[in-house]
Design a protein around this ligand. Sequence first.
Ligand SMILES: [Zn+2]
Length: 155
Amino acid sequence: MNCELCGKKVGKPKRVKVEGSVLQVCEQCASYGKEVLEKKKTDTQERINKIKKGRSRSSRGFGDESKTLVMDFPDKIRKARLENDWTQEELANNLNEKKSVVAKLERSDMRPSDSLREKLEKTLDIILLEEIEKISTSTQHKESGLTIGDLIKEE
Ligand SMILES: [Zn+2]
């Protein structure tokens, strides 16, 4: 096979892109263009990485959205604390939080952050999350009914 640029005989031509067209050239002429194979590989790898990143991000997001804090978390926290025979202060110490934080939670003056909720669940052996579907079934029915109605009207 001959180099498509200089016409010299080459055993192993390189595929390079020179001014927009792909040519099979010798080692020397390869420096005039960009090697094609390598560039393609990089593009594919980048695309795969992007897909992987997107997937893990969206699946994590969905997990968070499908669950919500239970409405009666103040009761759950207080009951679990009393079962352990702890004062608010003792629970706060176990959580590494201030006593006022526990008091606020039990008075429903404050919603726990994700990290605090996880600490409460571990320390008190309770679950403070529930599936959104359980509590908002009626709302969702209403919403989907409206959507279908709107679609029919538009058609
Ligand atoms: Zn050449």
